[in-house]
Design a protein around this ligand. Structure first.
Ligand SMILES: Nc1nc2c(c(=O)[nH]1)N[C@H]1C(S)=C(S)[C@@H](COP(=O)(O)O)O[C@H]1N2
Ligand SMILES: [Mo]
Length: 169
């Protein structure tokens, strides 16, 4: 029985590790929106790709992990500006937040104000290229980064799968 449990733990661990590296070719925008959408690598081509520069990636404690060179990306707020949020008054947008989840379930949150009403939003990108590698060849596939965070690793989301729009009730 113990061996069986051990085998199960090893197998589920392997399955989980695989999921973390599961590449995504598209992500959905759902939740409190007028119309749900799916953003594909192809549909990303219509957006302006901006130079982001080099980013030092720390872990969640702040310790240096690695450096990404020559990062280029699309502003998340440019993509989200095509989505109409379901609300009766612009004043209520201050209640809204975006729940961004990777293929393995890792999740990061941005508030509407943070993205559209602070400088943070000027540095939140979907990475289209880094270290000379284009998005379709990156193991992290669709990767999102908040480049001006203190601890960049925390919101350096690999394999973006969905963005769910929600509001504080
Ligand atoms: N999808 C996904 N993204 C993730 C994580 C994760 O577990 N799953 N871990 C985060 C954390 S805590 C850190 S420190 C960085 C590490 O980035 P690296 O794996 O490229 O070094 O990824 C972040 N992005
Ligand atoms: Mo981390």
């Amino acid at each position: 029985m113990k061996k069986l449990i051990l085998l199960f733990l090893i197998c589920s661990g392997a399955a989980f590790a695989q999921e973390k590296n599961q590449q995504t070719q598209k992500f959905a925008i759902t939740g409190d929106v007028e119309k749900e959408s799916v953003i594909t690598l192809d549909s990303l081509k219509q957006y302006t790709i901006k130079p982001v520069g080099d980013i030092n990636i720390t872990d969640h404690t702040g310790a240096f992990k690695h450096k990404d060179d020559g990062v280029k990306g699309i502003l998340l707020k440019d993509i989200l500006s095509h989505t109409t949020l379901k609300t009766t008054s612009p004043k209520l947008l201050s209640r809204f937040y975006f729940v961004c989840t990777g293929a393995d379930g890792y999740t990061v949150v941005y508030s509407w104000n943070e993205l559209f009403n602070t400088v943070v939003g000027d540095h939140v990108f979907i990475i289209m290229e880094k270290n000379g590698i284009k998005v379709d060849k990156m193991p992290e596939s669709i990767q999102m980064t908040s480049a001006n965070d203190f601890k960049t690793g925390r919101r350096y989301l690999h394999n973006l799968d969905k963005i769910v729009v929600a509001q504080v009730q």
